[in-house]
Write a new protein. Structure first.
Length: 113
Protein backbone atom coordinates (compact mmCIF):
# COMPACT_ATOMS: atom_id res chain seq x y z
CA UNK A 1 0.00 0.00 0.00
CA UNK A 2 1.21 3.45 -0.83
CA UNK A 3 0.46 6.69 0.92
CA UNK A 4 -0.76 9.74 -0.86
CA UNK A 5 -0.04 13.30 0.19
CA UNK A 6 -2.99 13.36 2.62
CA UNK A 7 -1.70 10.41 4.60
CA UNK A 8 -4.54 8.08 3.65
CA UNK A 9 -3.39 4.64 2.52
CA UNK A 10 -4.28 3.81 -1.06
CA UNK A 11 -4.14 0.37 -2.68
CA UNK A 12 -1.82 0.02 -5.65
CA UNK A 13 -3.74 -0.97 -8.77
CA UNK A 14 -2.78 -4.23 -10.48
CA UNK A 15 -1.46 -3.81 -14.02
CA UNK A 16 -3.75 -4.81 -16.87
CA UNK A 17 -1.10 -7.13 -18.34
CA UNK A 18 -0.85 -8.98 -15.03
CA UNK A 19 -4.64 -9.36 -14.94
CA UNK A 20 -4.59 -10.79 -18.47
CA UNK A 21 -1.84 -13.20 -17.45
CA UNK A 22 -3.88 -14.40 -14.47
CA UNK A 23 -7.01 -14.81 -16.62
CA UNK A 24 -4.97 -16.79 -19.17
CA UNK A 25 -3.61 -19.06 -16.42
CA UNK A 26 -7.09 -19.62 -14.97
CA UNK A 27 -8.51 -20.49 -18.40
CA UNK A 28 -5.61 -22.86 -19.07
CA UNK A 29 -5.93 -24.59 -15.70
CA UNK A 30 -9.70 -24.93 -15.93
CA UNK A 31 -9.53 -26.30 -19.48
CA UNK A 32 -6.85 -28.85 -18.58
CA UNK A 33 -8.78 -30.06 -15.53
CA UNK A 34 -12.10 -30.27 -17.37
CA UNK A 35 -10.51 -31.95 -20.39
CA UNK A 36 -8.87 -34.63 -18.24
CA UNK A 37 -12.17 -35.17 -16.41
CA UNK A 38 -13.99 -35.54 -19.74
CA UNK A 39 -11.35 -37.96 -21.03
CA UNK A 40 -11.65 -40.03 -17.86
CA UNK A 41 -15.47 -40.06 -17.89
CA UNK A 42 -16.03 -40.51 -21.64
CA UNK A 43 -13.00 -42.77 -22.22
CA UNK A 44 -12.21 -40.76 -25.36
CA UNK A 45 -8.87 -39.00 -25.85
CA UNK A 46 -9.88 -36.92 -28.88
CA UNK A 47 -10.32 -33.69 -26.82
CA UNK A 48 -6.59 -33.85 -26.06
CA UNK A 49 -5.85 -33.31 -29.75
CA UNK A 50 -7.25 -29.78 -29.97
CA UNK A 51 -8.10 -28.35 -26.56
CA UNK A 52 -4.80 -28.81 -24.76
CA UNK A 53 -2.57 -27.37 -27.54
CA UNK A 54 -4.99 -24.45 -27.98
CA UNK A 55 -4.98 -23.39 -24.33
CA UNK A 56 -1.23 -23.85 -23.98
CA UNK A 57 -0.79 -21.76 -27.13
CA UNK A 58 -2.88 -19.02 -25.52
CA UNK A 59 -0.88 -19.30 -22.32
CA UNK A 60 2.49 -19.20 -24.08
CA UNK A 61 1.54 -16.09 -26.06
CA UNK A 62 0.31 -14.35 -22.90
CA UNK A 63 3.47 -15.25 -20.96
CA UNK A 64 5.72 -14.25 -23.86
CA UNK A 65 4.03 -10.85 -24.07
CA UNK A 66 4.26 -10.33 -20.32
CA UNK A 67 7.95 -11.27 -20.15
CA UNK A 68 8.83 -9.08 -23.16
CA UNK A 69 6.95 -6.16 -21.57
CA UNK A 70 8.75 -6.67 -18.24
CA UNK A 71 12.12 -6.82 -20.02
CA UNK A 72 11.36 -3.59 -21.91
CA UNK A 73 10.27 -1.85 -18.71
CA UNK A 74 13.42 -2.96 -16.88
CA UNK A 75 15.70 -1.86 -19.71
CA UNK A 76 13.90 1.50 -19.76
CA UNK A 77 14.24 1.82 -16.00
CA UNK A 78 18.01 1.29 -16.16
CA UNK A 79 18.52 3.66 -19.10
CA UNK A 80 19.20 1.04 -21.76
CA UNK A 81 16.38 1.97 -24.14
CA UNK A 82 18.56 1.36 -27.19
CA UNK A 83 18.59 -2.39 -26.41
CA UNK A 84 14.80 -2.81 -26.70
CA UNK A 85 13.99 -4.48 -30.03
CA UNK A 86 10.90 -6.11 -31.47
CA UNK A 87 12.95 -8.71 -33.35
CA UNK A 88 14.39 -11.69 -31.52
CA UNK A 89 17.89 -10.41 -32.12
CA UNK A 90 19.83 -8.74 -29.37
CA UNK A 91 22.02 -5.79 -30.14
CA UNK A 92 24.17 -6.25 -27.09
CA UNK A 93 27.87 -5.62 -27.62
CA UNK A 94 28.97 -7.57 -24.53
CA UNK A 95 30.64 -10.41 -26.46
CA UNK A 96 33.46 -10.65 -28.93
CA UNK A 97 32.71 -12.19 -32.28
CA UNK A 98 29.44 -13.17 -33.85
CA UNK A 99 28.72 -16.04 -31.49
CA UNK A 100 28.20 -18.41 -34.41
CA UNK A 101 30.82 -20.76 -35.92
CA UNK A 102 31.96 -19.72 -39.37
CA UNK A 103 31.28 -22.91 -41.32
CA UNK A 104 31.59 -21.24 -44.73
CA UNK A 105 35.00 -19.72 -44.27
CA UNK A 106 37.49 -19.43 -47.08
CA UNK A 107 40.16 -21.25 -45.02
CA UNK A 108 39.05 -24.74 -45.92
CA UNK A 109 38.70 -24.23 -49.67
CA UNK A 110 34.99 -23.47 -49.52
CA UNK A 111 33.85 -27.05 -49.00
CA UNK A 112 30.93 -27.52 -46.66
CA UNK A 113 31.03 -31.21 -45.93
Amino acid sequence: MTKTGGGTPQKKKMEMSKKLLIVSDVITSATVILTFAAVFILKDISPLTYLIPAVFGLSSVAHGFYFWKAKAENLHKYGQDNKITMSGESNYQDYSGSGYPDIYSENDGGSVG
